[in-house]
Design a protein around this ligand. Structure first.
Ligand SMILES: [Zn+2]
Length: 411
């Protein structure tokens, strides 16, 4: 038996109803009422498919099918089930649903794994409530300390631990997962970009999750009256900042190979219509599948910004975030491609321009990711949509790969 497209559609449809903004997309923040509803749904399905369900001290959900080998590490399949505000029904949820469907297929096909199979549904990947992102996976791998977790609060000052208690998740449950208990992690995710749709290919086997860096640039000038300061006496921070920002796309295109650069936030001070701006602070986000490209662009950017230091303008740059590109496991990539070939499902290799939980897990265990097309390349919006037949294809590929990784045999 192969993936049941109708059942997949039903899961997606059911989970999309657990939203704080009905009619305006999926808003499912971590430890909210909607989190609890989705959590109960996922746990119930896991139990129906014969899995033993547990939650860790962050509220990550695990459904385990024991293997025949004693104390063997698990092959884990899943994704996150939180969303951004007014997001879509597929980001994260698609991967959780694929996990559920893999478990259903193990049950229906009477498969007994040698290594345990675990389906996982992770909290707070988006960081929409408590900031930062990747909280579930980072916490589980010990990258978020107990003290830091206790201090975490949302915008209204509600502590994560209190919000958790409100939905009956026990913060006293074990938090840290021993990497030795993990054999592999597989995640299906929507592409969130236009490449697969444009190519007309339904499966992307992810090679690399891009590296990224975020810089904050401060341009300091001198304030003055907009009417009385002659043009040749000005140190206009916004004019300098604009010159810098206008030159950024060129740095990325010169570097090539999909390198991208973005200024997404800009603050002007004092931000008055009749005052020459004396200070501008803006962000620069640089991403590439190859670390050398990220480093090259940072170097060129810093040199270019330093050139602006004249006529009373002073610039400074601060690196606020650096994440190296993560190459996903070569053996798992091969297994995913072999499975696609066997099933005669067309695929291509692709890089991920967005961060994912697999990025965190890849430092601890072998990771593989499968992308399916996003309609019009859209995500993080109510219009986000993927074809259920592509989800079914992705499930079959992951199911085949999981069978190999767990060395599952028919009873
Ligand atoms: Zn996601």
């Amino acid at each position: 038996m192969t993936a049941n497209q109708q059942r997949i559609e039903q899961h997606i449809e059911s989970l999309s109803r657990f939203t704080a903004t009905p009619g305006k997309g999926v808003t499912r923040l971590t430890y909210s009422e909607e989190d609890l509803q989705a959590r109960n749904y996922i746990k119930e399905k896991m139990m129906n498919y014969g899995l033993r369900v547990t939650e860790d001290g962050f509220g990550n959900i695990f459904g385990k099918l024991e293997g025949t080998l004693p104390d063997a590490p698990s092959v884990i399949v899943g994704s996150h089930f939180d969303s951004v505000p007014n997001g879509g029904a597929y980001d994260g949820t698609a991967g959780v649903v694929v996990g559920l469907e893999v478990a259903a297929l193990f049950k229906e096909n009477n498969m007994k794994p040698a290594y345990p199979l675990e389906i996982i549904a992770l909290v707070e990947e988006e960081g929409s409530r408590f900031g930062g992102g990747l909280m579930g996976s980072r916490g589980m791998m010990g990258l978020l300390t107990e003290e830091d977790f206790k201090k975490l609060a949302d915008r209204d000052g509600i502590l994560a631990v209190d919000a958790m208690a409100d939905i009956w998740v026990n913060p006293a449950n074990g938090k840290k997962r021993d990497p030795k208990t993990m054999k592999a992690f597989l995640e299906l995710h929507i592409e969130q970009g236009p490449i697969l749709e444009e190519k007309g290919i339904q499966i992307g086997v992810v090679e690399t999750i891009v590296g990224l860096t975020q810089l904050e640039v401060t341009v300091q000038g001198k304030a003055g009256h907009a009417g009385t300061t002659p043009m040749d006496r000005r140190s206009d921070a916004l004019v300098s900042a604009s010159q810098i920002i206008a030159a950024l796309p060129r740095l990325a295109t010169d570097e090539g190979e999909g390198t991208v650069i973005t200024t997404g936030r800009l603050n002007v001070f004092p931000n008055g219509a009749n005052v020459i701006p004396d200070k501008v602070v803006f962000t620069v986000d640089i991403r590439s599948g190859k670390e050398e490209h990220v480093l090259n662009v940072v170097r060129k950017l810093e040199a270019f910004i330093a050139q602006q230091n004249c006529h009373g303008i002073n610039t400074s740059t601060e690196q606020q975030l650096y994440i190296a590109p993560k190459e996903l496991d070569a053996d798992i990539r091969s297994l995913l491609k072999e499975a696609s070939d066997k099933l005669e499902i067309p695929y291509c290799s692709i890089n991920s321009g967005a961060g994912h939980d697999a990025m965190v897990f890849s430092d601890f265990t072998a990771c593989g990711m499968v992308f399916i097309p996003s309609k019009d390349g859209l995500s993080h919006c109510p219009e986000e949509w993927s074809d259920a037949s592509h989800l079914a294809d992705g499930t079959d590929i992951i199911y085949e790969t999981v069978k190999r990784l767990t060395e599952a045999k028919r009873l």
